[in-house]
Ligand binder design. Sequence first.
Ligand code: ATP
Length: 253
Amino acid sequence: MSSVISISNQKGGVGKTTTTCSLAAGLKKRGFRVLMIDLDPQGNLGFSVGVDTDICATIYDVLKGDVKTQFAIQKSDTADLIVSSILLSGIELEFTNTGREYLLKEALKPVMDLYDYILIDTPPALGILTINAFTASDTIIVPVLSDIFSLQGIGKLYETVERVKKYCNPNLDIAGILLTKFNPRTHLCKEIRGTAAMIAEDLNIRLFDTYIRSSVAASEAQSVQQNILDYSPRNNIAKDYQSFTDEFLKKEA
Ligand SMILES: Nc1ncnc2c1ncn2[C@@H]1O[C@H](COP(=O)(O)OP(=O)(O)OP(=O)(O)O)[C@@H](O)[C@H]1O
């Protein structure tokens, strides 16, 4: 039975896709069977791992019920993947029927025994797609940019999680906050880490000990369609995501 993890933050550019891809790679390298779902209509995850994103079945087709989940899965060197579609952006208006929060949960049922981990890359919004991801998930990882505006967004995300817990998925929890694009040498980043720890304690959420340092290698890896662990295993980001994978697994145990 899979453990389902949403990588989520309503803010854009905080490292959701990078974290999804890197954690998937880390888990696969440790021998786990991993599926990634790209629920972000921008569809960057498919490109980042070099799979077909043009003439293939997408998570939109699956949610609509036009394609069986198993037939939308593509293989990549990083992990298996169901790609996104720009058509997902219209889903708020298109899917208005009762129970629309459960579409993804239902869609994942047939593949739950095929994977140890299913990672969902969510869009930068707290709409119906993210609600679907939370309803289908056991836990949420919240990547947060190391700046004060990003920290302010955590409360809003927390409220949405509480709502989903109340109405759709009582077992949902937040695995923790992961600081990204961190520069340990700056005074500001140290302060941000202190503030993040206070916010986390207030909300009774964990702040992961591991932070992800900032490096241009993240964008370079994406542009050559490789995960960071394969692209530059000795780079700080690769080391950080390896440590993060270990910390995450230790928390799961
Ligand atoms: N640790 C890092 N250091 C430097 N750049 C990074 C790091 N992590 C991600 N980036 C870069 O920041 C940009 C945004 O990252 P990413 O796409 O992972 O964020 P996102 O939260 O998924 O964005 P969106 O909300 O738009 O989908 C990308 O260009 C990526 O290469």
